[in-house]
Design a protein around this ligand. Structure first.
Ligand code: C2E
Ligand code: MG
Ligand code: MG
Length: 798
């Protein structure tokens, strides 16, 4: 800066030297105060001044602060605050220009009054301009009027400028220092955060996470206690999960949510700095305050955006920067939540992995080993058997009536039943045997170290016996029955694959043998299985291409000698596998899901035939066999029958359904509903093969049957076994007493007929009257007079 040489040099010869010192003092000033003092002290050396001061506007602009003073100290001394509108200084601020005032005891400005009292006459204020703003002023007062010279005022203004520039320099320096300090503290915090980030990534327990976080808080903030509180399950309170420091709030008490600072944080979701724990605002703070804690922080901890707990810190110090620490705690709370979330996810993943590993080897319903594990176990057992030159056996078990239980009683009962079977199987078997579930109703057993085939057979028998006894599930008593196929190592295979396949084939054979039995594998069996597959394949085509045919078997009324009805029986004469009997292909149809299509075809053909015959024989009915399985899967049966009747424009009374009794053992509720619906249509229902299943009086009484068909086997034994005759007699009586009609099946001899007549059995069906005949022969059959046959019998039984 260039100084007005004229004034300076003329006034004071040594001023150049003084000026140099002044500049040095300004340059060396270590603080704003030193700087202002230097200016105030040196100024009177250049100009005719008796007093110099620096005043600065306080930050809210309401007053001036006297910053540095040279001269009389008693008045307007350093540190004193001068209200803005009561002092002349205000003129400088409002106009941002220098002002010259006369000091006067009567002045409106009290600074001028004070200065006048000190003997000052002239006062000059020059603005301190920083960044275009007047932030205060350099003030000079003199006891003489000499001050009021343009040169002098100009000099004062220039020194004010010099001061302002240096003040600005100091400010910038200070700001830089603060920024550096801040930066260092951030860097320090960042370092700590990095470190705890590292520790947290290795941490796997909730408590461990808290400990790391608590350690970090203690490092950064001067706190006496850190705690983590979690809401109780009913959200009525908080439990202290873990804490550091003293046990003011131990972990075993519940802090009521109402009126707690913790609840405040949970409700608002905002971190809070509690600047005074002694203010009694929140219940738990009172306890902390009692122990000398003064301030506290609480921040929410979130997992998946849900607040799961509150992280708290408390300190006995009051000089901490609450807001800055709150930011830090919020960051740490966030880090804690993220880590807890990661741990939860890891835990879930670990559980899922365990679950997957379990599922890979165990059946989740019954907890038995599954196919994969069984194969492994079989493989191991095979290695042992091979090494010790021993035999082993694989038993394949299929539950006979599981499907119909599932269909009638529902999957829940089905599932429970499988569990019951699983545990029963384990009870029957010894600990050295392995039982596994392959899926559905298939179980498999491994008998290692077989010394005698007899033991294998005995085990199979024990298993069947168990399956024959009714199993109790949900109040139902269920008769399942099972079929078992057995393969042996080394005779029937040396690998798990072949042994299981051959046991499976043997099981099919057992089923074909009428179920509820066991079969050892023999090579012929696989041929039978192939045949079964071939039947299924051919049957599909046969149904689609109308290659099946029907024959009709008359049911003769023993009183009138007339044919009351005709039982439709399916035939498959020219199958690619040669003529097949219904009992050879009906089970295949049932197992392969073809039964519905087959029944539809039979029903349609039967109704077509009966429609024609009824033109001459209006009371004739047709009896159609339905598979028990179809009756159990009731969903479509009713609508299928209604549709067929509709199609042929026939009343339901032309139709009688023949069903075997196994259906009626279970799910009486559903079955009775279906039966009632059928009855509403006029359709009648007959129990076929009565006596061969699980004849039970209860279902006979409870369900609305129309007809009871005594199985052929009883009729054929008539006259050979009094007990058998008693059963036939009893059955006829039961039918009569329940108001049902009775049909005796398989009547081949006059003796049998005579006995049935004697017992007043209503209807008969059998080769004695006729073999089942194709529809084309029905007219002549119906015209035959059977009466002589009925009267021919002498009624003799051996
Ligand atoms: P089922 O309903 O008990 O039919 C009676 C069976 O006994 C018929 O054999 C019939 O030919 C035979 N039979 C009748 N009277 C005599 C006799 O005096 N002596 C002898 N030895 N046998 C006699 P089939 O036709 O071989 O039928 C066997 C079983 O196949 C039937 O038993 C029935 O359960 C089933 N079935 C036949 N046709 C169908 C059908 O269309 N659908 C369904 N689901 N099953 C059918
Ligand atoms: Mg029948
Ligand atoms: Mg029958």
């Amino acid at each position: 800066m260039r100084l007005p040489e004229s004034t300076l040099i003329r006034r004071n010869a040594s001023s150049a030297k003084v000026w140099g010192k002044f500049i040095l003092a300004i340059a060396n000033a270590q603080s704003e105060l030193e700087l202002c003092n230097a200016v105030a002290n040196y100024l009177p050396k250049f100009i005719p001044a008796d007093r110099a001061s620096v005043t600065r506007l306080v930050s809210d602009g309401s007053a001036f602060e006297v910053f540095a003073v040279n001269g009389e100290k008693q008045v307007l001394e350093q540190g004193q605050r001068l209200p803005f509108d009561q002092v002349s200084l205000q003129a400088v601020i409002t106009t941002q220009c220098s002002h010259v005032f006369e000091a006067h005891t009567k002045s409106v400005y009290f600074d001028l009054v004070e200065l006048a009292r000190q003997g000052m006459v002239i006062v000059v204020h020059a603005p301190l301009m920083i960044s275009g703003q007047a932030i205060g002023s350099l003030n000079v007062a003199s006891k003489t009027k000499a001050l009021d010279q343009p040169d002098t005022i100009e000099l004062i203004e220039q020194i004010a400028t010099l001061l302002a520039m240096n003040l600005e320099r100091h400010w910038l320096h200070q700001q830089t220092q603060v920024a550096i300090k801040r930066y260092r503290s951030y860097a320090n915090q960042l370092g700590i955060l990095n470190e705890i980030g590292r520790q947290l990534s290795a941490e796997i327990t909730k408590a461990g996470v808290f400990d790391v976080i608590a350690r970090a808080i203690s490092q950064v903030v001067n706190v006496d206690r850190v705690s983590y509180a979690v809401p109780t399950s009913d959200h009525q309170g908080f439990e202290v999960f873990r804490f550091t420091g003293n046990s003011y709030l131990p972990t075993d008490i519940v802090i009521p949510a109402a009126n707690s600072g913790l609840n405040e944080v949970c409700k608002t979701g905002q971190p809070v700095f509690f600047s005074d724990l002694t203010d009694q605002r929140y219940s738990e703070h009172a306890i902390l305050a009692n122990f000398g804690l003064k301030v506290g922080w609480s921040v929410p901890v979130r997992v998946s955006n849900q607040i799961i707990g509150v992280l708290n810190a408390a300190s006995s110090r009051t000089d901490l920067d609450g807001q800055e620490q709150l930011d830090l705690l919020t960051t740490l709370g966030g880090l804690m939540g993220a880590t807890l979330e990661r741990i939860a996810m890891q835990d879930e993943a670990a559980v899922a992995l365990q679950e997957l590993a379990y599922r890979a080897h165990y059946d989740t319903l019954t907890n038995l080993p599954n196919r994969a594990l069984f194969s492994q176990q079989l493989e191991n057992a095979l290695a042992v058997a091979q090494a010790n030159d021993q035999q082993l056996a694989v038993l394949f078990i299929d539950l006979d009536r599981f499907k119909s239980v599932n269909d009638t009683l529902g999957h829940t009962v089905g599932d429970k039943l499988l569990c019951v079977v699983a545990s029963q199987l384990q009870q029957v078997l010894s600990a050295s045997n392995t039982v596994a579930r392959l899926g559905g109703d298939e179980f498999v057993v491994l008998l290692p170290q077989v010394t005698q085939l007899q033991i294998v057979a005995q085990t199979a028998q024990n298993l069947l016996k168990m399956l024959e006894t009714p199993l109790r599930v949900d109040g139902h008593s269920i008769f399942l029955g099972g079929s078992i196929g057995i393969s042996l190592f080394p005779g029937n295979g040396t690998t798990p694959g072949t042994l299981m396949k051959n046991a499976d084939i043997a099981m099919y054979h057992a089923k074909a043998q009428g179920r509820n039995n066991y079969q050892f594998y023999d090579t012929e069996l696989s041929t039978k299985l192939k045949q079964r597959i071939a039947i299924e394949h051919a049957l599909r085509g046969a149904i689609a291409n109308d290659q099946l045919s029907l024959v009709f078997h008359p049911q003769i009324n023993l009183v009138s000698g007339k044919i009351d009805g005709l039982e439709a029986l399916v035939r498959w004469e020219n199958s690619p596998l040669g003529p097949l009997r219904p009992d050879q292909f009906i089970p295949v149809a049932e197992d392969s899901g073809l039964i519905e299509a087959l029944s539809n075809w039979v029903l349609d053909q039967s109704l077509c035939t009966i429609k024609q015959l009824r033109q001459h024989y209006p009371h004739l009915y047709v009896a159609v066999n339905f598979s028990a399985q179809e009756f159990a899967t009731q969903t479509s049966l009713l609508s299928r029958i209604k549709m067929a009747l509709n199609k042929h424009q026939l009343p339901g009374s032309v139709l009688e359904l023949e069903i075997t009794e196994s259906v009626f053992l279970q799910a009486e509720e559903n079955t009775s509903q279906l039966m009632k619906a059928l009855k509403n249509e006029g359709v009648r229902i007959a129990i076929d093969d009565f006596g061969t299943g699980f004849s039970s009086l209860s279902y006979l009484v409870n369900l609305p049957f129309d007809t009871l068909k005594i199985d052929r086997s009883f009729i054929q034994r008539l006259g050979h076994d009094p007990r058998n005759d008693g059963i036939v007699h009893g059955t006829i009586q039961i039918a009569k007493s329940l108001g049902m009609s009775c049909v005796a099946e398989g009547v081949e001899t006059l003796e049998q007929l005579a006995y049935l007549q004697q017992q007043m059995c209503q209807n008969c069906q059998g080769f004695l009257f006729s073999k089942p005949v194709p529809a084309s022969q029905l007219n002549s059959l119906l015209q035959q007079n059977l009466y002589p046959l009925l009267t021919a019998s002498p009624g003799l039984l051996p």
